[in-house]
Write a protein that binds this ligand. Structure first.
Ligand code: NAD
Length: 466
């Protein structure tokens, strides 16, 4: 197997470092360590685990700037986002599950001359496999509920963003987790496959694409591993004519251009009520023209660079396809032009926020996940029609309804096939609320109390009293 891979800066194209690929024999040794770690960790009380998770959260907060910078180097996202979202929400999730750990418990069921009780037990050795858009946050979202429930985890970050997960491993050790409880495995698809096929790994949790999700399920079937999948989406954002147009445009921007559009739940199919379509577009264009794209380390930057050259080409090819199929490009669609002092960014993977109108439901840009800053605007006339069209996708991750008529909002949400719905906002995911998809967007929830169900198995004990 190849010994190393190179990690490149998304914003300049320069090499950052070479990373050692974890070889199969090293994964075997990590699994042996994980087995020893599991024996110790599962027998700790929830309260003891909580103290360690809480301490790790404090360390994250104390290393907040350094971790945010590392994330920007690796992902090309704006530093403002890393400081406001990625790192604080990672510390939050550890703190949240520190609070939950001592409360994990079973039930008591009284029966005639007997009783039963249930125990919520850890599953064992879990593998977490991450995507590249929120590397540190994904590592925390997966490991915090896993560890709080008494499991151990081998975590493989994406080969495009390998750096911050190793920092998390150091932080957990500093906070006091026993050796072997959280270990980082580096490498790409082959390493991920090795983990998903391994008979001694009991559970696998992926954040990644639909294609990878299917492959992991196939591999996991060899020893019936438990699987949870956080996959892609092509989510609808439905805007009615009774809502403030300025605010609706802000929500559409948040739902499409945050993290350069590299957000799985983005509301990229923007259904706008036909009565307000023209005004909405005018307002949107005015706002989008003010978005500052550029140096990810500049605190005023709002959009950084896409993750890689390959991904840039993929997004550009979707834009070309949109034009060929007759959608009207009304904004963006190109790489930005750089002044001489910024010429080092010309090898980066930047792309302007891009907006298409005159779209219809069967266009490629409306059907397929682009995972970049490309918004498709569609218009609609009535509620029943928009529900049907919103559900006309294999995916079911997110959905948003923007209206002042809250009865209508709840009625629509009830009929939408999506796991994470927002009313009058978008992409807000505090750690207390479960997050995860329906249909081809996967299954199993991250965050909230629901994630504990993903990382525990229920044992029932019947007790005869006579
Ligand atoms: P990807 O599926 O290419 O890779 C994800 C991870 O899986 C990487 O670590 C990769 O090395 C690994 N991998 C690839 N092939 C594998 C295989 N055959 N077996 C095991 N592991 C394998 O996805 P990506 O390009 O990193 O991320 C983009 C995708 O992730 C998008 O579809 C996006 O919507 C999705 N995503 C979903 C969420 C969510 O919470 N639902 C969050 C972020 C990203």
């Amino acid at each position: 197997m190849q010994k190393t891979f190179s990690n490149y800066s998304p914003s300049t194209g320069k090499k950052i470092c070479d990373v050692e690929i974890t070889q199969n024999y090293e994964i075997e040794s990590a699994i042996q360590k994980a087995k020893i770690g599991f024996k110790i960790w599962k027998n700790r009380s929830g309260f003891e685990r909580a103290k360690i998770l809480s301490k790790a959260a404090q360390i994250i907060r104390s290393r907040y700037h350094e971790l945010a910078q590392l994330e920007v180097i690796d992902t090309g996202k704006p530093i403002k986002e890393a400081l406001e979202t990625d790192i604080p929400s990672s510390a939050d999730v550890l703190e949240y599950y520190a609070g939950v750990a001592p409360t994990i418990r079973g039930d008591y069921i009284q029966l005639e001359k007997s009783f039963a009780y249930t125990r919520r037990e850890p599953i064992g050795i879990c593998a977490g496999i991450g995507a590249w858009n929120y590397p540190f946050q994904i590592a925390c979202w997966k490991s915090a509920p896993a560890l709080a429930s008494g499991n151990v985890m081998l975590f493989k970050p994406s080969e495009l963003t390998p750096m911050s997960a190793s920092r998390l491993a150091e932080i957990y050790l500093e906070a006091g987790i026993p050796e072997g409880v959280f270990q980082v495995i580096q490498g790409g698809k082959e390493v991920g496959e090795y983990l998903s096929l391994h008979p001694e790994i009991n559970k696998i949790s992926l954040t990644g694409s639909y294609a990878t999700g299917k492959k992991i399920m196939e591999n996991a079937a060899h020893n019936l591993k438990q699987v949870s999948l956080e996959l892609g989406g092509k989510s609808p954002l439905i805007i009615f004519d009774d809502y403030d147009i300025e605010k609706a445009a802000d929500i559409a921007i948040l739902a499409n251009f945050y993290t350069q559009g590299e957000v799985c739940s983005n509301g990229t199919r923007v259904f706008v009520h036909h009565k307000i379509k023209n005004k909405f577009i005018e307002c949107l264009l005015n706002k989008v023209s003010k978005i500052k794209i550029g140096d990810p380390f500049d605190h005023s930057t709002q959009m950084g660079s896409l993750i890689s050259r390959d991904h840039l080409h993929k997004v550009m090819s979707y834009i070309e396809k949109g034009i060929q199929e007759g959608a009207k490009l009304i904004y963006g669609g190109k790489q930005p032009e750089w002044s001489p002092s910024e010429s080092h960014f010309s090898n980066g993977n930047f792309i302007q926020p891009t907006i298409f109108t005159d779209c219809h439901d069967e266009m490629t840009i409306v059907k397929e996940e682009i995972f970049g800053p490309v918004m498709s605007i569609l218009d609609f006339k009535d509620e029943r029609e928009v529900i049907e069209r919103a559900n006309h996708t294999k995916y079911g991750l997110g959905a948003g309804v923007i209206t002042n008529d809250l009865t209508r909002a709840h009625r629509i949400i009830e009929n939408l096939q999506a796991g994470m719905c927002w009313i009058n906002n978008y992409n807000i995911s505090p750690v207390e609320i479960p997050f995860g998809g329906f249909k081809a967007s996967g299954f199993g929830k991250e965050n909230g109390l629901a994630a504990i169900e993903n990382y525990t198995q229920l044992k029932t004990v019947y007790v005869q009293m006579e």
